[in-house]
Design a protein around this ligand. Structure first.
Ligand code: SF4
Length: 361
């Protein structure tokens, strides 16, 4: 029984964090684990931490279903530490971080700062799994101040992504400190928070004091990370609604994950449901070759097939950009199904019903 009968507790984000499931014994009370999962739980979770909120665990529909998409995102798997399964991976495949720890300034006009290495749930597919090895904690104020000074002195930076870990697991006072400092930098035009609490701990957005703080910053956006339609619930809908009422737009960046969501109908349903709760599908990322997570990778062909399927079945603003983050910090590249080719005197297009249309120039 994951749920408490006390609704106030269930809707309280601190209760959710204080009652996280963090051990094998607790997890076994709620879902069936295979002998292999039980045997290697300690080895895997020592390498990459395990924790899940009661709320997110409650989204597992059938405790016996080994293919449940929520289960796959939370239960430690032997594949994470299997050298064969992790072949051709790298802990920091995207070459994040420069000469200041926790700060990435790759694109001329954008910077990313990591403000915590704590998350409500440790997703097994996380692209930053490497950072949790150093412990899960908030970044000290002294280091935050170094980030602010760097951004202040680089007037070309217009857009900052506050990342982690999950920044919205920080307490209100620390968040206000970060947002006050960033919003006082005049040349910054956009401040984004990358957070998965809407998905894994929506109760965080039931905190009126937090909403009051967030509503004060007119440059603020939230990027979140729904991967499966089963993650869209009345609680996550409520969390989004509260953010929208506070004037904060919410975009989604999903990742294409083997067995979790690599089916056409699953992605179509996800995008439809996102629109129904007023979240804009922004990206569908191809899974990065990260050590500990590469076993979630699908083929690019599969991703292109799914994108092709969405066309004609979903209005344009519901179709995300399918993109790959190139290894070595070479940046994002959109992956688009090819719908046209150049002819001698014009172009040949493939329409959504697969008919060929020629336009002469
Ligand atoms: S919430 Fe985000 S940063 Fe945290 S483990 Fe999940 S994917 Fe990684």
């Amino acid at each position: 029984m994951i749920k408490t009968n006390n609704e106030n507790d269930w809707n309280n984000w601190r209760w959710q964090l204080q009652n996280r499931i963090t051990s094998l014994e607790e997890l076994r009370e709620y879902i069936h684990l295979t002998n292999e999962e039980i045997k290697y739980f300690k080895d895997v979770s020592e390498e990459y931490p395990f924790a899940v909120t009661p709320y997110y665990l409650s989204l597992v529909k059938d405790p016996k279903d080994l293919k449940d998409p929520i289960r796959l995102q939370i239960v430690p798997s032997l594949l994470e530490i299997d050298p064969v399964a992790q072949k051709n991976s790298h802990p920091n495949a995207l070459n994040e971080e420069g000469f200041i720890k926790g700060l990435t300034h790759r694109y001329e006009d954008r910077a990313l700062i990591s403000v915590t290495s704590y998350c409500g749930v440790y997703c097994r597919h996380c692209m930053r799994k490497r950072i949790f090895k150093e412990g899960t904690h908030a970044i000290p104020k002294e280091l935050l101040d170094i980030y602010f000074d760097y951004i202040k002195s680089h007037k070309n930076i217009k857009d900052v992504l506050i990342s982690g870990g999950d920044p919205l697991t920080l307490d209100n006072e620390r968040l206000k400190y970060i947002l006050d400092n960033l919003s006082s930098i005049e040349h910054l035009e956009v401040i984004r928070i990358g957070s998965r609490v809407i998905v894994t701990l929506p109760q965080r957005l039931y905190d009126e004091d937090l909403l009051d703080i967030l509503s004060k910053y007119d440059k603020l956006w939230i990027n979140t990370h729904f991967n499966h339609p089963n993650e869209i619930t009345k609680e996550s809908k409520e969390a989004v609604l509260r953010l929208l009422k506070a004037g904060i737009p919410v975009n989604n960046q999903a990742v294409l994950l083997k067995d979790v969501n690599d089916e056409k109908e699953t992605i179509l349903e996800l995008m439809r449901k996102l629109l129904s709760i007023k979240v804009k599908p922004q990206y569908l990322f191809h899974c990065d070759p990260i050590t500990g997570a590469i076993h979630f990778k699908t083929s690019i062909e599969k991703g292109l097939e799914i994108m092709d399927y969405l066309r004609g079945r979903l209005s344009g603003f519901g179709i995300p950009t399918y993109a790959i983050d190139l290894p070595g910090g070479k940046g994002k590249v959109p992956l688009t199904p090819s719908h046209f080719k150049k002819l001698g005197n014009g172009y040949e297009f493939i329409a959504f019903d697969k008919s060929v249309v020629i336009i002469e120039e």
